[in-house]
Design a protein around this ligand. Structure first.
Ligand SMILES: Nc1ncnc2c1ncn2[C@@H]1O[C@H](COP(=O)(O)OP(=O)(O)OP(=O)(O)O)[C@@H](O)[C@H]1O
Length: 455
């Protein structure tokens, strides 16, 4: 990493720039200097640097930092913005803080301590390479022994044509696992198509999955391919299969057994060429209940089963995920890079994460937007409320909400919303699609609310 890193030192004081260059050259491949920001465009044409050490004042006599901050804004607007370390005069803390607010990843005061400068550059490079690595492995992060097992299962099954069933609670990363299987398979060049089976109404199930011919029914104004045809040559991800009505299960079973589908209104079946990966958040006791899921369909789908454990059972993954998503949102919202206060990290690792990685991701987004201190505090993540307790019946529930919120029996909308969502999830046995429908929300809107309430 260090050998190929490209570092730029932007400082009008050539002695300072030269000293930094000599220091960093011992460790890094390309260390360039520039004394005039007006020539920055030429330099960027040759490729954006990974890290820029940026002096904030160029014109002699100017100390307001406006020139440097303007360069910082320009660098942050690049498609692949470099990490920027601001160089400020000793004691110019307000200017350093302003640079951090505008997206600088760190600051160094002049004259600097060599070890501190080297550490700042190394840490900026390490963050960048962690983010790039995560993107390259289709985003499935985590190095706990449980996640290592999941990744090694993916590597073993991906090259085969075996049907894979991914099991785990909402938000554990089942879709990411399915995508990783596709990406490592011989079908990687073709489509990966995800279908939310829980959201397909029984009445349009066949038309959506198998397609239809023009005129087959009143609304069939033209031929339409189903999901099986659209994913031809690739992988079809059947998500939320635990929520399919039994009648739809029978139709899916027939298609999988015969390896062919007949579009509605067609007189001939079409062979299917898809790799099936399915997923559900049903616990296994319910999945094996024939009243809920047909055993013969289960047998077709679960040639290989991958279980993705909830985040509370792989807490070793929490720090890496936090750093990943905090960095991602800091870059996305152009917010300063902050460290996590050690006490916050400890409490976040101990949190039960009922919404798993999705909830962690939402919590990080919230923290990046709302943090107002130098470090992220636990409160910034919006997880202060305990996980929902079993719900009392309706009238008692309202009283409980009022009591929960204190304030002389005054109702608070937020708490009521949280209770309602928890009740819907309870009733839908954790099925997100069903709960969203019961609440009159889209799945995406429900996910946002789950994140907001830390459920
Ligand atoms: N191991 C992981 N590394 C990085 N991000 C993850 C990981 N697992 C999940 N995520 C993120 O969490 C969110 C939820 O992941 P995903 O949709 O794959 O979960 P899921 O189990 O399929 O959820 P659901 O059952 O609710 O459909 C996504 O934003 C995803 O990027």
């Amino acid at each position: 990493m260090a050998d190929t890193a490209h570092i730029l030192i932007l400082d009008d004081d050539t002695d300072v720039a030269y000293a930094a260059q000599m220091l960093l050259r011992r460790r890094h491949g390309r260390v360039a200097t520039l004394d005039d920001p007006a020539r920055l465009s030429n330099l960027l044409e040759a490729g954006a640097p990974d890290v820029v050490l940026l002096d904030l004042n160029f014109t002699p006599g100017r100390i307001d930092g406006a020139e440097g901050l303007a360069v910082l804004d320009r660098l942050r607007a690049l498609a692949r913005p470099p990490a920027v370390i601001a160089l400020t005069a000793y004691a110019d803390v307000p200017l350093a803080v302003e640079a951090l607010k505008r997206g600088a990843s760190d600051f160094i005061t002049k004259p600097w301590d060599n070890a501190r400068l080297i550490a700042a550059v190394d840490s900026a490079l390490a963050r960048r390479s962690a983010a790039a690595g995560a993107a390259a492995t289709s985003g499935l992060m985590g190095d706990s022994s449980a996640m290592r097992d999941v990744k090694s299962m993916i590597a073993s099954v991906a090259p085969t044509e075996a049907n894979v069933m991914v099991l785990g609670e909402n938000g554990v990363g089942k879709e990411l696992v399915a995508r990783a299987i596709h990406a490592a398979s011989g079908r990687a060049g073709a489509t990966f198509l995800a279908v939310d089976m829980g959201a397909l109404p029984e009445s349009t199930f066949e038309s959506e999955l198998f397609g239809h011919r023009k005129g087959a029914f009143t609304d069939a104004r033209s031929d339409r391919a189903g999901r099986f045809q659209a994913a031809r040559g690739g992988s079809l991800f059947l998500d939320e299969i635990g929520n399919m009505p039994l009648a739809s299960q029978a139709k899916l079973l027939t298609a999988l057994e015969r390896r062919e589908v007949t579009p509605i209104g067609a007189d001939r079946p079409e062979a299917i060429d898809v790799r099936i990966v399915s997923a559900t958040n049903l616990d296994e006791a319910r999945l094996f209940d024939p009243g809920v899921f047909r055993p013969d369909l289960l047998f077709r789908l679960n040639t290989i089963v991958i279980r993705v454990p909830p985040l509370r059972e792989r807490r070793d993954d929490v720090p890496g995920l936090l750093h990943h998503y905090l960095s991602l949102y800091e870059a996305q919202y152009r917010r300063p890079v902050r460290e996590l206060a050690p006490s916050a990290l400890e409490r976040l690792c101990a949190w039960s994460w009922p919404g798993n990685v999705r909830a962690l991701r939402h919590a990080c987004e919230r923290a990046v937007i709302l943090a107002a201190q130098d470090e992220y505090r636990y409160e910034d993540f919006g997880l202060a409320m305990p996980a929902p307790a079993p719900l009392p019946e309706a009238p008692a529930r309202l009283a409980a909400v009022a009591a929960h919120d204190g304030a002389d029996g005054e109702f608070r909308l937020g708490a009521l919303e949280r209770e309602t969502i928890a009740a819907a999830l309870d009733k839908a046995r954790g099925n997100i699609s069903l709960a969203a429908r019961m609440l009159g929300l889209s799945r995406a809107a429900l996910y946002r609310k789950l994140g907001k309430h830390g459920i």
